[in-house]
Write a protein that binds this ligand. Structure first.
Ligand code: HEM
Length: 481
């Protein structure tokens, strides 16, 4: 089979390592043995083989930033690659859906829950959570200890998404030093995704056997099972007694799904499995993604005195009294803050695994070549965001690049939320959180990085960035005025 793939395959003409063309184990080696090392390796493949590389028997990876739109942009109809999207154990969520018609129905149903209007309605709830984060961080001011900002930011984003979608508290902000079970479970579970992808049988066995056996067989699956159990209990309560929905402070995702509305008239009946998978995915999608951007932002702001001072002066101008709240709509009008957020999104990348799509239903033109239907194509955000022709000195944190006269042109190369029909459904919430968290943290807290090192924000690629080793820490004091 390897011989056939090398010499008699429709992709035989494309350059790339022979081993990658012959077998899927090439990629598995970088995913599993090299500990989430695929995205890192891709850059060296492009340096060696050029802008289009055959990275697996049936897969091409592209590096020309203008190809991004051909793969993911509006009007494209390529589907997600099932082998990748089924390793998250949320098969019935929108994220793991493939049929275009069903996807657009489901996205139309979920979309309004994360619309700008819906976010503005819940802005106060979000700000209240951020104020709790600030209070928790201020507890460090009298101790000699620095705060773990990586956990702090992941905790605030976890708390916001849990409150926003489910009107519950994750209790993450109250846990000592922001160490809590849900984040620990996510950290234990995430490294399993490449094993699940390359050995789907393991996923089936571990998730199919009774809970007690699965966690003994592989302790890291305990996290997934715990999360399913906990969220399943809330869903069971609601399904048993839908009037319990009335007992919460604001509309939850379950109110939204269970209330008949034009968007869900023609959808299949609601099942427990669907509600559970959707809930679990939303919590995953909405937590580490935002938390990670905040950590990267804070690291770079504190490492660049000029950026820090510029940001403080821009914030103080629109927010003179730090005890009041200027609100999202005011903060959005601060160009320097917006530039800092865009630069942080660029350097944090969002989702770091190149999102694999299956070309179809017919052949498609990508980057000037005709790619046969059925081919898997992808382009990693890291490759776009580190392109020196688009972002000169890409390794430098430089918010000013987003303030230049022609900066609008750059926006199309900021692909953290992906593009087109499968782009991020939570983008409004994510932007709202980034504005409120970054502005509040820097307006209210005087942070000093504790022994910072670039390794504090380096990552391994497990779909989202996974940090190993020491987390980014800072000493905390209140700002003077
Ligand atoms: C900075 C924060 C965030 C970033 C960088 C981000 C990035 C992305 C990206 C790149 C995708 C496409 C994934 C793919 O094609 O496989 C995506 C999908 C998605 N995101 Fe986000 N996201 C963020 C925050 C959020 C939040 C707060 C939510 C809210 C719950 C959310 C909900 C979703 C959902 C539901 C999808 C699946 C859409 C679909 O499959 O059609 N995201 N996100």
């Amino acid at each position: 089979q390897g011989f056939k793939r090398l010499y008699h395959h429709r992709l035989s003409q494309y350059p790339g390592p022979r081993l990658a063309a012959a077998t899927l184990w090439y990629k598995a080696y970088f995913d599993i043995i090299k500990d989430g090392g695929w995205a890192e390796h891709l850059q060296s493949l492009h340096d060696q083989y050029g802008p289009i590389v055959r990275v697996a028997p049936n897969e091409l990876h592209f590096s020309d930033p203008n190809s991004y739109n051909d793969i993911y942009g509006m009007g494209t109809r390529h589907t997600k690659q099932p082998e990748m999207y089924s390793c998250f154990a949320t098969d019935q969520s929108v994220f793991a859906m493939f049929d275009h018609h069903e996807v657009s129905q489901r996205r139309n149903l979920i979309g309004p829950f994360f619309s700008r209007r819906a976010i503005l309605n819940l802005e106060k709830t979000i700000q209240n959570k951020i104020d709790i984060l600030v209070a928790s961080l201020l507890e460090y001011q009298h101790s000699k200890k620095s705060a773990n900002l990586d956990l702090a930011f992941r905790s605030i984003s976890l708390e916001i998404i849990t409150s926003y979608c489910f009107a519950q508290s994750s209790k993450a902000l109250e846990s000592p030093d922001f160490k809590n079970d849900i984040l620990t479970a996510m950290d234990l579970t995430l490294p399993m995704i490449w094993v699940f992808k390359h050995f789907p049988i393991i996923r089936k066995v571990l998730l199919g056997v009774p809970e007690c056996f699965a966690s003994v067989l592989r302790p890291s699956t305990k996290g997934i099972l715990e999360q399913r159990k906990q969220m399943g209990a809330q869903i069971d309560d609601i399904l048993k007694d839908p009037t319990s929905l009335g007992n919460v402070d604001h509309e939850t995702i379950y109110h939204h799904f269970l209330t008949p509305q034009p968007e869900n008239q023609r959808l299949p009946p609601i099942t427990r499995e669907w509600l559970l998978d959707e809930g679990l995915y939303l919590r995953f999608a909405g937590s580490d993604t935002v938390g990670n951007v905040c950590t990267v932002a804070t690291y770079h702001i504190l490492a660049n005195k000029h950026v820090h001072l510029q940001l403080l002066s821009a914030l103080t101008e629109v927010w003179p009294d730090k005890e009041s709240h200027p609100g999202l709509e005011t903060l959005e009008k601060v160009p320097y803050l917006t530039a800092v957020i865009k630069e942080s999104l660029r350097m944090a990348h969002g989702i770091v695994t190149p999102l694999p799509r299956v070309v179809g239903p017919t052949d498609a033109e990508i980057s000037g070549i005709v790619v046969p239907a059925g081919t898997i194509v992808s382009m990693g955000a890291t490759v776009v965001h580190r392109n020196p022709d688009i972002f000169p000195e890409p390794e430098v944190f430089n918010p000013e690049r987003w303030l230049k006269a022609d900066a609008n042109e750059l926006d199309k190369y900021l692909v953290s939320f992906s593009k087109g029909p499968r782009s991020c459904l939570g983008i409004n919430l994510a932007w709202c959180e980034l504005y409120l968290i970054i502005a509040t943290i820097f307006r209210k807290l005087d942070l000093t990085a504790d022994r910072p090192s670039l390794s504090d924000i380096s990552f391994r690629e497990y779909f989202v960035p996974l940090h190993r080793g020491r987390h980014f820490h800072a000493f905390v004091q209140p700002t003077a005025a």
